[in-house]
Design a protein around this ligand. Structure first.
Ligand SMILES: Cc1ncc(C[n+]2csc(CCO)c2C)c(N)n1
Length: 231
């Protein structure tokens, strides 16, 4: 897609948010992620066990780097008010939801402890971890935000397309519930608000760098679901 400078785009956009500028410049991949057949299959609970196991084994490695990236956000956010939500979310992931979910779901799918701690990484998992490492070591707050925001906003996108009733099997139901609902929505809102606050004050070169991280993350989300679907 053509790259329209933010200042020009904002003048005629229905939603002039900086995050929306980046999202719209990440088409058609963005829509392909939130409408991905593998994600739709999760919401219906009909992913074959072998595929769901492979996906969650790889995703646990993703979540490890993601958690480290949240730590970087605590470190490089530009105010106390901004640090706190990252710390809160970090605490939730590290303790309750994410960790117990992965252990229970992977046990139910017959994964071994070694599958969780030291699996062979798929190329897309390695590439995604490399992008998160690049953002983390930059300690550049907008770059960190861009990668976090794509991961969370895109997951909210597919999970909010789930139809009631959710699957009985907890492996699917809880994975949808983790990425939907008022608390998760507020978290995504916070990440977008931060980008919307910082983007307009940046120069064109700075914005282009944030957009580059945003787009790379969107492409990796698409490749990740493609990997999971075995395509
Ligand atoms: C490839 C991939 N992209 C994004 C997410 C979303 N995500 C990562 S950590 C986290 C917090 C609690 O669930 C969420 C929502 C994912 N799991 N896997």
């Amino acid at each position: 897609m053509e790259q329209i400078p933010y200042d020009e785009w904002r003048a005629s956009a229905v939603d002039p948010a900086f995050s929306e500028w980046m999202r719209s410049l990440s088409e058609p991949e963005w829509t392909a992620v939130v409408n991905h057949p593998f994600a739709a299959s999760i919401t219906r609970g009909d992913v074959p066990d072998d595929d769901m196991r492979r996906y969650l084994i790889q995703d646990f490695q993703f979540v490890d780097s993601f958690t480290a990236l949240l730590g970087a956000a605590v470190a490089c956010a530009d105010s106390f008010e901004s640090r706190v939500p990252f710390g809160q979310f970090l605490g939730e992931i590290a303790t309750t939801e994410e960790l117990t979910y992965f252990h229970r779901a992977l046990a139910a799918l017959g994964a071994t402890p070694a599958d969780m701690t030291s699996p062979e990484l798929e190329p897309v998992t390695a590439d995604f971890r490399a992008l998160m490492d690049e953002a983390r070591t930059s300690l550049d707050y907008p770059l960190v935000l861009a990668v976090l925001c794509v991961a969370e906003w895109s997951y909210l996108g597919w999970a909010s397309r789930a139809e009631e009733p959710l699957p009985d099997n907890f492996v699917y139901r809880e994975w949808v519930e983790l990425h939907e609902g008022p608390a998760f929505r507020a978290w995504v809102h916070f990440l977008r608000d931060e980008l919307d606050r910082l983007g307009p004050a940046m120069d064109e070169e700075g914005r282009a760098r944030v957009l580059d991280f945003f787009r790379r993350a969107v492409r990796l989300e698409l490749r990740f679901f493609d990997m999971a679907a075995g395509s």
